[in-house]
Write a protein of this length. Structure first.
Length: 288
């Protein structure tokens, strides 16, 4: 029963950055696929993903597929856990925190996203907010999962840069009140608003326009949440994780030629992976 209730929730596992689609972009450096070259000649690839199952995004460029095939290992943000406990509140149900109007809206959105209502009532509010702010599912696999399938078909080792525990802890550490602020912000958004904002983000993503995505992100997400909560989330989602990710990318490149599929949010900006890797002595060149 649990596996049926949670079918399709893995598209939410890799969506921590839906609320922070991209960080502050450094000027004039666009591109989603980058070649990473170390001083000793070792190399790999860094690809900024968008955690969605939209076919315009999942149908990636042949250059991306070539890079996946060239690598020995495929590294994504995390590998989705099989344990449903990662998705659930331990000792509470969402209904305990909602007024009738909010409960009805959750029911409506659960139906829209083909989600069992029992699962919605037990899910962590931040994760439910992430899922409810996404468009209606189109397919089973997100872009990240589709790329992992290509890597698997080509006998590549599949790795997670973060383990599920630390990946979920990023927003699990928010208080229940902070998580409910996120959820209520999404419940107050109309479907038309969500679709309009998503279309804007997809168009900017397909152009590799990180500056545009950054501006949209600040406008959309920063506009729906209290400033203090938005600042806290951005620090946790982007800045702190980027520091750890950069260190792990370097360690992994010492082991094998790797293709890193990480949210586009982590690439640009003064604290982004591109800048951090360059500071560490690596050459990064935009391929696509």
């Amino acid at each position: 029963m649990i596996s049926t209730m949670f079918r399709g929730f893995t598209r939410g596992v890799l969506c921590l950055c839906l609320f922070a689609t991209v960080g502050i972009a450094q000027a004039a450096e666009n591109g989603l696929l980058w070649k990473i070259e170390a001083p000793d000649g070792k190399y790999g690839y860094l690809f900024g993903t968008m955690h969605t199952d939209d076919r315009r995004v999942t149908n990636v460029s042949p250059k991306v597929i070539e890079a996946v095939k060239d690598a020995d290992s495929f590294v994504m943000e995390t590998i989705a856990p099989n344990n449903p406990g990662f998705y659930l509140m331990k000792d509470a149900k969402l209904s305990e925190f909602l007024v009738e109007k909010e409960f009805d809206k959750v029911h409506e959105l659960a139906d829209f996203h083909s989600m069992h209502m029992e699962a919605a009532m037990r899910m962590k509010p931040w994760l439910l907010a992430v899922i409810f702010d996404m468009p209606k599912p189109q397919a089973f696999d997100t872009q990240d999962e589709s790329l992992a399938a290509i890597a698997r078909d080509n006998a590549k080792e599949i790795l997670g840069l973060e383990d599920p525990q630390e990946h979920f802890a990023v927003l699990d550490d928010l208080t229940i009140d902070e998580q409910l602020v996120m959820l209520r912000a999404v419940l107050n958004r109309t479907q038309k608003q969500k679709e309009r904002d998503f279309e804007s983000l997809v168009k900017a993503y397909l152009k590799g326009d990180t500056g545009k995505i950054a501006a949209l992100d600040e406008k959309i997400t920063g506009g729906m949440l209290p400033k203090e909560l938005w600042a806290k989330m951005h620090t946790k989602l982007i800045d702190e994780r980027n520091e750890v990710m950069a260190e792990r990318i370097q360690a992994q490149l010492n082991e094998s030629t790797s293709f890193f599929a990480l949210g586009a949010s982590h690439l640009a900006g003064e604290t982004g992976l591109i800048a951090r890797l360059r500071t560490a002595g690596y050459k990064l060149t935009a391929i696509h």
